[in-house]
Design a binder for this molecule. Structure first.
Ligand code: ZN
Length: 429
């Protein structure tokens, strides 16, 4: 009994203490609640109200901010329906060569991380117009011409693009064919990477027969010997095409697929869905790695797909050679393609060389049998352009015209084109 008498007052004290604490916490929460609207000033969506009301002080403040301040930059990177692009650059600097103050947008010579759209990649000076729109808006491309075409008999635009026009059907600019990446640290690239969400359709670039359709790419000879194993490719499809080129066999390869939808020995026509974009194998993001192999089915028989894929309607290609002082082609030379009418860099590229990289002294990548190029930049709208690079620190440029569906060839060398001419705007006006 005495125990019970003593406990009642203690319980009352405890309840009182809890009440005081609850009131204190409630007051605290109320104060924070009063402060909360200030946090929503920059979130106009949250201010939506079903009934018309006079503008709130938040609205007025926001209008003043919008009227006086620089607009808040739109996020450049993918909304939730957009998986990150592959191979985020180590050094995001885009290969843009401009003389300080010479051209519009000259200050903006670096591009933001992990670009996936044409506009971002090509024209760093115009980033403000690029917003993170839906996937279709970001990625929509002009329709390719109907292939195969050889408007110029030297050209062989015989393959369709392996990805549809409402997705990314061109290669990442910072890891182009023959490139070893932004800091020259990556493996020389044997194809084009087209970053797309997992599940995007991958289509046959031309008619042919499926030679390989499995995880872990292998080249098996008729006698059963394996002459190539490339596990880093993940789920891979390889097609041998019905046609060759100059007596040489032609193959296309599609790597890192999430699903393979064909089987070995199956016939496919141009545009047939052969698999889905994925991130199998060694990748940092989902994409399809696309290769063109000429002459033999070999890792060392790759050629630049840009010179094989049908261009977009109204677009062409600039290919060429960058010649060093010793007369040899230069590796890693940055190429800028500048529209002479606007002074804007519309495309960039990088030069590549053939290097013996293995015991057999096979070349790592190959130049085109016709063009013998050491760079190629595709998907350029018809028009007049300045092709600019640096050789031994000297700015070298040539002016060329791009025509629909053809390749314009240009050689960049010292010394006869060594110094910058009139700024493009001056000539264009
Ligand atoms: Zn690749």
């Amino acid at each position: 009994m005495p125990l019970k008498k003593n406990t009642q007052p203690r319980n009352l004290q405890g309840i009182a203490l809890i009440l005081v604490l609850a009131i204190a916490v409630g007051l605290l929460l109320m104060r924070q609640g009063q402060g909360a609207p200030a946090l929503t000033v920059s979130l106009p969506v949250a201010q939506a109200s079903p009934t018309p009301q006079p503008p709130s002080w938040q609205d007025v403040l926001q209008q003043q901010v919008l009227a006086n301040a620089t607009p808040v930059p739109q996020p450049l990177l993918p909304t939730d329906d957009h998986t990150p692009p592959t191979l985020a650059p180590i050094n995001p600097a885009a290969p843009v060569i401009l003389e300080p103050g010479q051209l519009e947008g000259a200050a903006a010579t670096t591009a933001p991380l992990a670009l996936t759209t044409r506009q971002e990649a090509a024209a760093p000076g115009s980033l403000e117009v690029v917003s993170a729109a839906g996937r279709g808006e970001v990625s929509w491309q002009p329709p390719p011409m109907i292939g195969p075409i050889s408007v110029d008999p030297r050209d062989h635009y015989w393959f369709a693009r392996p990805v549809d026009s409402d997705a990314v059907n061109y290669g990442l600019f910072y890891y182009s064919f023959g490139s070893d990446g932004p800091d020259d640290l990556w493996r020389v690239h044997h194809g084009l990477d087209m970053p797309n969400p997992i599940g995007e359709s991958v289509r046959a670039a031309g008619p042919g027969t499926v030679v390989w359709a499995a995880n872990g790419f292998r080249v098996e000879q008729p006698d059963g010997t394996v002459t190539e194993t490339t596990y880093s490719y993940g789920n891979t499809v390889l097609i041998e095409h019905d046609f060759g080129y100059r007596g040489m066999r032609l193959f296309t390869l599609y790597a890192h697929l999430s699903s393979i939808l064909v089987t070995r020995g199956q016939r496919v026509e141009t545009g047939d869905i052969i698999g889905l974009v994925g991130d199998t194998g060694v990748v940092t993001g989902s994409h399809v790695h696309f290769e063109v192999r000429l002459g033999q089915n070999s890792y060392y028989a790759v050629h630049n797909p840009i010179l094989w894929m049908v261009p977009y309607a109204g677009h062409g290609t600039i290919a060429g050679r960058v010649i060093g002082p010793d007369g040899d082609v230069l590796d890693d030379a940055d190429i800028s393609i500048i529209d002479r009418a606007t002074g804007r860099v519309v495309r960039t590229g990088a030069a590549y060389v053939r290097q013996d990289i293995n015991r057999d002294h096979k070349p790592d990548i190959n130049f085109d049998p016709v063009w013998n190029e050491n760079f190629a930049v595709g998907d350029i709208p018809e028009g007049r352009y300045q092709v600019v690079t640096r050789i031994d620190g000297v700015r070298v440029s040539r002016t060329v015209d791009v025509h629909e569906g053809t390749t314009t060839f240009v050689e960049l060398a010292l010394p006869h084109e060594a110094t910058p001419e009139v700024p493009p705007q001056a000539e264009a006006s």
